[in-house]
Write a protein of this length. Structure first.
Lengths: 421, 100, 168
C-alpha cells in the first residue's frame, strides 16, 4: 500500500490522473455525441413542422441508445476487391483524430479544489504552448480519413465523393487557419488558456471578447465569420455537404461502410462539430468569461435561474405524458434538474454551496456558448440548401481566402497602431 | 537527455534507406517519395544540431527546407501526371527514351 | 533508461519501420502511408528535441499537405501494385552492402565532425516560436522573401502544367 502511495505521489500519479481524465472525457464526449444526434433530429424536425423521434422513450430520448444498438448488431459487410488494410484504417483514423483534438481544449479556469495525491487537477487534459497549432495539425491530418475511405472502397461513387470531399477540406483549411491569425496577433501566443485570459476584463464583460474588443487590436467580426464558414465546410456539414449528400453521390465516401465503421465516421463528424464550436467560443467569444462585468455578482445565479424553471417544466410535461414510462422517468429527470438548480441557488445562504456556484461559472458559460454554436450548426442544416461543387470551391478560394488575408493585414495594422509609443 | 549522436545515426539510417528506395523502386511516385524521405532525414540532423548548439538557426533552416520540398512536390507531381498520361504507365523503365 | 530515451527508441523504431515499409511494399498507396508514419514519428522526435513549432509545421505542411498531394495523385492516376522486374544480380548482391556502407560513412562523418560543434544544450531565453519568428524577420528576412517568390513560381508552374492541351 505504501509503494502504491509513493508511486502515485510522484510521476506515476500524473500519468494515472491523465488516464482517468481521458477516460472521463471520452465517456462524456461520446454521450454528448449521441444526444447531439437526438437534438439535431428533433430540431430539424420541428423546423420542418414534424415531430422527429417520438416513439423510443419519452420524447425520443432513448433513440440514440436504439441507434447505438442497431449499429452494433448490424451485419458487417466488407465489399470484395477492397484493399483490406486501408479500408479498415480509414474510419479508425478519422475517429482517432477527431477525438484527439479534444485533448487541448480547456474547460474551466481554476483547478479542482482537492488534489489527487499532491497533483493539481486542472480542467483540461493538457495545455501546451502551441495548443492551437496542435488543433490545426489534427485537422490537417483529418483529410486522410476521408480520402482513404473513398479510395479503399473500390467503387466509383465513393471515390468521387472522397476526392471531392478531401479537395474541399484542404481548400477550406487555408482560410480557416488564416482567419485565426488575427486573434493570434492580438494574443501573442498559441496557448488557448492565454487567449481566453486576455479576453477577460472586469469592467466591460461582453465587450472585451475578441469579436468586439478594440483592446490590443480590432474587432474580429470578419475573422469569426470566415472561421465559422470555413469550419462548416471543413466538417462537411450543410450547406457544404455535397460530397456526402444522399441525392447526389449515394452517400459519398462512406457508401460502402456498414454498421460500426459507419458509426465511427458519424461520431467523427459530430465530434469535429463539437471541437469547432468550442474553438469558436474560445477564440472569439471569450471562452469561459461571463458576458456580464465582474461587479454584477447577481449574475452568478443565472445557471440556477435557468435550471429551476426548466426542471419544473420537465416535471409538468412528464405528468401529462402519454406512456407510463414517460410518466415515471420525466418527472424524475425534472426533479433532478430542478434540485440541482435549487442547490446552486441555496449558495446565497450556505457557504460551501456558494463556493461550488462560483466554481461552475466558468465551465457553465463555456458550455452554453458551445451549445449555442452547435444549435447554429443544426439550424443551418434545417434551413439552407446545399452549394454546388464549383460554387463551393469558388467561395473557398476566391472569397474566403482573400477576405481572411485582408483581415490579417487590417488587424496587424490596428495592433501596430495601438502599440506605437 | 538523449545524446545527439543517436539522432545523427538515425538521420543517416533514414537517408540510406531513402537512397536505397530511390534506386530500387520502379514506380515514379515511390521514387519521388524517397526523395521526401531523404529531405526529412536531413531535417532531423538540422534540428538535432540546433538543440545541441542551443541556437535556433537549425530550426529556421528546417522551415525553409520544408517550404522548398512543398514547392518541389507540387511541380514534380504535375510533371509526373503529364508523363503518366503520355506514356500510359507509371513504370520508370518505360520513361527511359527521350522520344515518345 | 530514462523516459526520454525510451520515447526516443520507440519513435526511432517507428520511423525506421516506416522507411523499410516504404521500400518493401508493392502498392504505392501503402508506401505513401508508411511515409506518413515516418513523418509523424519525426514530428514526435522534434517535440522530444524541444522544437515544438517545427514539429507542428512538419505535421501541418508535410503530413497534411504534401502527402495529401501524393495520395491524391496516386488515386487520380489509379496506380496499381508494382510489376515484377528483373534486377541484375549485381544490383541485388552488391547493392545491399553498398547501401550499408553509404549509411555507415554518413553516420561516421556526422558524428566525427559533429563533435566539433560546441555542445551547449542550454536553450536560448526565447521560446521556440518567438525565437524562430524573430530570426525569420531579422537575420533570415532575405531567404524568407525569396521563398514566398519560390512558392509563387511553383503555383504558376503547377497551373501551367495542369492546363488541358489547346486543340488547335
Amino acid at each position: 500500500m505504501n509503494a502504491v502511495t509513493t508511486f502515485l505521489t510522484q510521476d506515476g500519479g500524473f500519468w494515472v490522473l491523465t488516464l482517468v481524465k481521458i477516460a472521463l472525457l471520452l465517456f462524456i464526449v461520446l454521450t454528448v455525441n449521441a444526444y447531439l444526434t437526438w437534438f439535431e433530429r428533433k430540431v430539424v424536425a420541428l423546423m420542418q413542422s414534424r415531430v422527429g423521434p417520438h416513439r423510443v422513450g419519452p420524447h425520443g430520448l432513448l433513440q440514440p441508445a436504439a441507434d447505438g444498438l442497431k449499429f452494433l448488431f448490424k451485419e458487417d459487410v466488407m465489399p470484395g476487391g477492397v484493399d483490406k488494410f486501408v479500408y479498415l484504417l480509414a474510419p479508425f483514423l478519422a475517429l482517432t483524430l477527431a477525438l484527439a483534438s479534444l485533448a487541448v481544449i480547456p474547460f474551466g479556469p481554476n483547478p479542482l479544489p482537492f488534489k489527487f495525491f499532491g497533483h493539481q487537477i486542472d480542467l483540461w487534459i493538457t495545455n501546451p504552448d502551441i495548443g492551437l497549432l496542435v488543433l490545426f495539425s489534427v485537422t490537417a491530418l483529418g483529410v486522410y480519413g476521408v480520402a482513404l475511405a473513398g479510395w479503399a472502397s473500390n467503387s466509383k461513387y465513393p471515390l468521387l465523393g472522397g476526392l471531392r470531399s478531401s479537395a474541399q477540406m484542404i481548400s477550406y483549411e487555408l482560410s480557416m487557419t488564416m482567419s485565426v491569425v488575427g486573434v493570434l496577433l492580438m494574443a501573442n501566443s498559441f496557448s488557448l488558456t492565454k487567449i481566453i485570459s486576455l479576453q477577460e476584463s472586469s469592467k466591460w464583460g461582453l465587450l472585451s471578447w475578441n469579436i468586439f474588443t478594440f483592446h490590443g487590436g480590432c474587432p474580429q467580426i470578419v475573422g469569426f465569420l470566415c472561421f465559422f464558414i470555413s469550419a462548416i465546410a471543413e466538417t462537411n456539414r450543410v450547406p457544404f455537404d455535397l460530397p456526402e449528400a444522399e441525392s447526389e453521390l449515394v452517400a459519398g465516401f462512406h457508401t460502402e461502410y456498414s454498421s460500426f465503421k459507419f458509426a465511427m465516421f458519424f461520431i467523427a463528424e459530430y465530434t469535429s462539430m463539437i471541437t469547432v464550436s468550442s474553438l469558436c467560443a474560445i477564440l472569439f467569444f471569450g471562452g469561459w468569461n461571463s458576458p456580464f462585468p465582474t461587479p454584477w455578482t447577481f449574475t452568478h445565479y443565472i445557471p440556477s435561474l435557468i435550471l429551476i424553471p426548466f426542471g419544473l417544466w420537465v416535471i409538468f410535461d412528464g405528468i401529462k405524458y402519454e406512456t407510463i414510462f414517460g410518466k415515471l422517468i420525466l418527472p424524475g429527470l425534472g426533479t433532478a434538474i430542478a434540485g440541482l438548480g435549487a442547490l446552486l441557488l441555496a449558495g446565497i445562504v450556505i457557504a460551501p454551496l456558494h463556493e461550488v456556484n462560483e466554481y461552475i461559472q466558468g465551465p457553465f458559460w463555456l458550455l452554453s456558448k458551445i451549445f449555442f454554436f452547435l444549435f447554429f450548426y443544426v439550424w443551418a442544416r434545417g434551413t439552407l440548401p446545399r452549394f454546388r461543387y464549383d460554387q463551393l470551391m469558388n467561395i473557398g478560394w476566391k472569397l474566403l481566402l482573400p477576405v481572411s488575408i485582408a483581415n490579417v493585414i487590417i488587424t496587424a495594422g490596428f495592433v501596430l497602431f495601438r502599440s506605437a509609443p | 537527455m538523449v545524446p545527439t549522436q543517436y539522432y545523427l545515426i538515425l538521420s543517416a539510417i533514414l537517408f540510406g534507406l531513402g537512397a536505397v528506395a530511390f534506386v530500387v523502386k520502379r514506380n515514379i511516385i515511390t521514387i519521388f517519395m524517397s526523395i521526401e524521405l531523404m529531405l526529412n532525414a536531413v531535417n532531423l540532423a538540422f534540428v538535432a544540431f540546433s538543440q545541441a548548439q542551443g541556437k535556433l538557426d537549425g530550426q529556421v533552416f528546417v522551415l525553409f527546407v520544408i517550404v522548398v520540398a512543398a514547392a518541389e512536390a507540387a511541380v514534380g507531381l504535375g510533371i509526373i501526371i503529364l508523363t503518366a498520361r503520355n506514356r500510359r504507365s507509371l513504370n520508370i523503365e518505360r520513361v527511359d527514351l527521350l522520344k515518345l | 533508461m530514462s523516459p526520454a530515451l525510451i520515447v526516443f527508441f520507440v519513435l526511432a523504431g517507428l520511423s525506421v519501420i516506416g522507411a523499410l515499409s516504404l521500400i518493401l511494399q508493392k502498392h504505392p498507396i501503402h508506401s505513401a502511408l508508411s511515409l506518413i508514419v515516418v513523418m509523424v514519428s519525426l514530428a514526435g522526435l522534434y517535440l522530444l528535441l524541444g522544437a515544438e513549432f517545427v514539429a507542428a509545421v512538419q505535421i501541418i505542411v508535410y503530413g497534411g499537405a504534401i502527402m495529401v498531394l501524393f495520395v491524391f495523385v496516386i488515386m487520380l492516376l489509379n496506380a496499381s501494385a508494382e510489376e515484377h522486374t528483373n534486377f541484375s544480380k549485381l544490383a541485388k548482391f552488391g547493392g545491399l552492402p553498398l547501401a550499408l556502407a553509404l549509411t555507415g560513412l554518413l553516420a561516421a562523418a556526422m558524428i566525427h565532425n559533429g563533435g566539433a560543434v560546441p555542445n551547449n544544450p542550454t536553450p536560448d531565453a526565447l521560446a521556440s516560436t518567438t525565437g524562430i519568428s524573430m530570426m525569420l524577420f531579422s537575420t533570415f528576412v532575405y531567404p524568407f522573401e525569396l521563398t514566398s517568390f519560390l512558392i509563387l513560381v511553383a503555383i504558376i508552374g503547377a497551373l501551367v502544367l495542369a492546363q488541358r492541351e489547346k486543340k488547335t
